[in-house]
Design a protein around this ligand. Structure first.
Ligand SMILES: [Zn+2]
Ligand SMILES: [Zn+2]
Length: 278
């Protein structure tokens, strides 16, 4: 059996013989006879599988995964259908070639011109109603699934070369936009970058700084902490957190934060300057 090579993570000398499927268990999921004898996983004996069933677990999850993806596809299908309808209807109403125009009866000619003259107003209405709900729907979904922590996967490198390039482009664009003080657009770009690579520390830190500029301080604080949870010594995010403390009048914490940076990244000039000023 290919599973025979897995050893118990607690007793490395033993082969792992079981998989604990008890959801609330905080022990390692793989365990051996010695673990079993010390009652480590004995809360719910029905939720334990022999390790030979590993391939069943993987297969079942893959099936569940397919089902979920299918559900998402269906959920978005309505939006895609509606988009098709919208594009068609708009083109039919406002997109008229001169040759077509010439062949149409007089009554319709007047109607077309009336429609085209009102088009600028109409298009403003359409843009306005689309912009807000779509953005808020995405935020709503992102917020709702936060606890699932989709971004915390480290066991497979699943970002393709192409996605990585796209990520870098969004990140650069976001940085440029912020220099031109186009903060909202900058936020949009960094959000796109983070959809591709949610654990990138520079992107997380950049988003935090953008949120600071928008005075969305609580969210900025969360971003910096997200980055620091991944790497507690990420200097840029440590500095940003310091500036967050200044911004929120927490002088003492700011001081400690910059001292900490200067200790870890010896002689960090930004940190030293802040320590002197505080
Ligand atoms: Zn063990
Ligand atoms: Zn257990």
């Amino acid at each position: 059996m290919q599973n025979n090579t897995i050893v118990c993570p607690i007793h490395l000398e033993n082969q792992a013989t079981y998989i604990c499927q008890n959801e609330s268990c905080i022990e390692k999921r793989l365990y051996c006879h010695t673990c079993f004898q010390s009652n480590k996983h004995f809360i719910n004996p029905n939720k334990h599988l022999v390790i030979d069933r590993l391939s069943d677990i993987l297969e079942e999850s893959r099936n569940d995964c397919d089902r979920l993806v299918q559900y998402i596809e269906t959920a978005f299908q309505d939006i895609i259908q509606f988009k098709k309808y919208l594009v068609q209807a708009i083109r039919r109403k406002y997109y008229i070639q001169l040759e077509q125009f010439n062949t149409i009866d007089l009554e319709s000619k007047c109607q077309i011109l009336d429609n085209l003259i009102k088009f600028k107003e109409d298009s403003k209405i359409i843009e306005q109603v689309l912009d807000y709900p779509f953005k808020s729907i995405i935020y709503h979904i992102q917020d709702g699934i936060k606890q699932v922590r989709l971004e915390q996967v480290t066991y497979l490198q699943q970002i393709s070369e192409q996605e990585l390039q796209q990520f870098q482009t969004y990140l650069n664009e976001s940085q440029e936009l912020i220099q031109f003080n186009r903060i909202d657009q900058s936020l949009e770009k960094v959000d796109r970058a983070l959809l591709i690579n949610p654990r990138n520390l520079d992107a997380l830190n950049l988003k935090g700084n953008i949120l600071m500029k928008l005075h969305r301080l609580n969210e900025a604080f969360q971003q910096f902490n997200l980055a620091l949870q991944i790497d507690e010594f990420h200097i840029k995010s440590m500095l940003s957190l310091g500036f967050y403390y200044i911004q929120t009048n927490q002088r003492e914490k700011a001081m400690q934060q910059f001292i900490r940076v200067a200790e870890i990244d010896i002689g960090n000039q930004i940190a030293l300057d802040q320590v002197n000023q505080l």
